[in-house]
Structures are given as C-alpha cells and as structure tokens.
Design a protein around this ligand. Structure first.
Ligand SMILES: [Fe+2]
Ligand SMILES: [Fe+2]
Length: 270
C-alpha cells in the first residue's frame, strides 16, 4: 500500500470580510500577508498534484489547515485548488481539519468548513462523524478532528474524552494490519519532546501512550510547518508532513503488507 500525505496548504490572505477587522482574523490575515505570502508557493501544490497522479498511490491524506483564517473565500479557494485530487478517483482521499480551519466561533464559517471537508472527502463522511475508523485491506485509518477556536496567538487543539475512549477501544483489538492515526497535531516534536503548550494538543496523553506502546503504528499530522519523522522505541512512526506550500515536502509512506514494515521517503517539491 502506498500513501502520499501532505498538510497545511494555507490558502488565504484575502481581506474579504469587513467583520474580520473586529476579531482575531485581522491578526491572522496580517500575519499571513507579512510572513506567509512570500513563502506560500502554489506551484508546489501544482507539482504535488502531478506527482500524486503519476505515483498511483492507494491513499492520499491531507492533515488540515487548508485555510488561514477560515474565511468563506479561503474555503472556496481550497476547494478549487484541491479539486483535481477530489476528481481523481483512483485513490482514497482522506482529509481532516486543522486549527486554522476553525479559527473563530463564526457559525457560517463553521458550516463552510464542514461543507468543504465533505466535498474533499467526496461525501464519504462528514466531519461531525469523527473520530472515524476507515478500513482498507492493508490498514485501519483513524481520523480525528482536533480543531477548536483559540484566543489571540494560541494555536492549540483538543481531543475529546469520547474520542479517546473510541480510539482506545478500536486499537485494543489486535489485528494483522496497522492502525494509522490521521490528525492535525503532532503528538511530540521532532526530538520526541512535548510541544509547547500554546501550540500543542490538549488531552493527548492517552494517544501518546498508544503510540509509545505501538498500539497505534503510525501517526500522520501537520501543524508544525517544518516536516519531520521520528520513531518511538516501539517502532511506531510519527510523520509530520509540514506545510506543503511552505516546506515543499510530500510524505511518501509505503507498507510492505507481507512484513508489516513501512518505508518512508520525502518527495521534494522545491
Ligand atoms: Fe498550519
Ligand atoms: Fe495548525
């Protein structure tokens, strides 16, 4: 089984909503304009789409932050930019949201987010159904929604106790194929240390244990814009794809189904 995984494309930087001048979106938009716009290169996504089609993967995964401040125009831009992957039905396309896709408590933007992810996931499921277990012949994918609105410059997320209960129950079942957790937040940083509280995943300790014990075999994530891969003593892998449009990397993960071993490489889009 071949998986190609990317994250954090971060559309946006539009000043489309006057309302955004009065909440934290103004900070996010200015931040995007000042820091990101120089580095967000869309030809990296165009190249990635071509490579994905040529690589003939079984599964393509996007671990969120498709927008910058959850503006409707950003969700629309993301739908348009990712449309070639939605329409190419030779692989399974799985998408989970990031914190930038749930930037404020605005109900309309929340509905837009859900509609957009439903479109990206080819209407196979809705975000409200997460955590969700998706079975393929070679692996079990567990999709989680860890996003929530934050105050100021915080960018943390949360995993609910209900979600943890389900994931613990699912992964307690021993099977021949691996469990692959698909979420936005890395469980640790590239050196294996906890993430700073302002950007970490709250309530993640049980997931950390499942990874350390090898009950979860792989976690796929983004959020941190520099890509990294690390291995637990159990052999379990955490792969953060970084930001595709900023870091320019695509995570290629191949599972040898007879040995259960994963082989990882980066596809460089720069
Ligand atoms: Fe991000
Ligand atoms: Fe993020």
């Amino acid at each position: 089984m071949k998986i190609l995984h990317f994250s954090d494309i971060h559309t946006g930087g539009h000043f489309n909503s006057l309302k955004s001048l009065f909440d934290k979106r103004i900070i996010g938009t200015i931040n995007y304009r000042l820091r990101r716009k120089k580095h967000v290169l869309w030809d990296r996504l165009d190249r990635a789409i071509e490579i994905i089609k040529n690589e003939k993967p079984d599964v393509v995964i996007n671990t969120g932050d498709i927008t910058s401040v959850s503006e409707p125009s950003e969700f629309l831009e993301a739908q348009n930019r990712l449309e070639p992957l939605v329409k190419e039905d030779s692989f399974l396309f799985l998408n989970v949201p990031g914190n930038h896709d749930y930037y404020t408590n605005n109900k309309l933007h929340f509905a837009d987010r859900n509609t957009t992810y439903s479109y990206l996931n080819r209407a196979a499921f809705e975000l409200e159904e997460l955590p969700l277990k998706i079975e393929t012949e070679a692996a079990t994918f567990i999709l989680v929604d860890e996003s929530r609105p934050n105050k100021g410059s915080l960018s943390s997320g949360i995993i609910s106790n209900e979600a943890i209960d389900k994931i613990e129950k699912w992964t307690s079942f021993k099977q021949d194929k691996p469990y692959i957790l698909v979420g936005h937040y890395p469980l640790k940083d590239k050196l294996g240390n906890p993430l700073a509280q302002r950007r970490h995943l709250e309530n993640s300790e049980p997931l950390v244990s499942l990874l350390e014990n090898g009950k979860i075999n792989v976690t796929l994530c983004g959020h941190i814009h520099a890509p990294f891969i690390r291995k637990e003593n159990s052999g379990a892998l955490e792969v953060c794809a970084g930001s595709l449009t900023i870091g320019g990397k695509l995570n290629k993960l191949e599972l040898n189904e007879s040995t259960g071993e994963f082989t990882h490489s980066w596809i460089d889009l720069n």
